[in-house]
Design a protein around this ligand. Structure first.
Ligand SMILES: [Zn+2]
Length: 191
């Protein structure tokens, strides 16, 4: 997918996450924080390609990552995303004063990049270092600008059509899922 496609898709994903109230911060965050965060996150995974925008800006990181893992390798995996998530919440100094809504939008933008690349036929190795690639090839080629714009606009329109009171509180959903599993285990496992 092109950089333009990733940027459009990240903004569309942000609008969807805001509308679904995925987290309280994304639901009530400041767009001036969230949009730059999402755009930054959407570009970062392609640092593994020396001629991409982040690759050209940070050649010192791009060249070794590209040599070690290749394009669409480690940086396009869930492990990379988890490392970023832990880094943002555990090691980012509070004294830097980076807003939480910006951090969450950045992580969302990164995730949107992985999903967007999954829409192309070559897919992404979500479970890297396992070689299996995951794809939902809605777009026929790696660079199909028309298709990329169409998917992003479609996602934005779907987000705008969602009823305003609709809520998908991710924390609440995870909490309910954990409770359900605990209940099932207590019923089925001998005490
Ligand atoms: Zn990519």
């Amino acid at each position: 997918m092109t950089a333009e496609g990733h940027l459009l898709f990240s903004v569309a994903s942000l609008i969807m996450a805001h509308k679904l109230q995925l987290t309280p911060e994304l639901a009530q965050g400041d767009w001036l924080h969230m949009v730059p965060g999402a755009l930054l996150g959407a570009l970062l995974p392609d640092i593994d390609h020396p001629s991409s925008i982040p690759g050209r800006l940070f050649r010192i990181f791009s060249l070794p990552i590209s040599k070690l893992c290749g394009h669409r390798g480690f940086t396009h995996s869930l492990i990379a995303w988890m490392i970023l998530l832990i880094s943002c919440y555990q090691w980012l100094p509070a004294s830097w004063g980076i807003p939480v809504d910006l951090v969450q939008a950045f992580l969302l933008g990164y995730l949107s990049h992985l999903i967007a690349d999954m829409l192309t036929p070559s897919g992404v190795p979500l479970l890297w270092p396992l070689p299996q690639r995951f794809c939902l090839p809605l777009l026929r080629s790696k660079t199909n600008k028309r298709g990329e714009r169409f998917v992003s606009v479609l996602l934005t329109v779907c987000a705008c059509l969602l009823p305003s009171g609709y809520q998908l509180d991710l924390y609440f959903q995870i909490e309910m899922a954990i409770k359900y599993i605990q209940n099932q285990l207590s019923i089925h496992l001998p005490t």
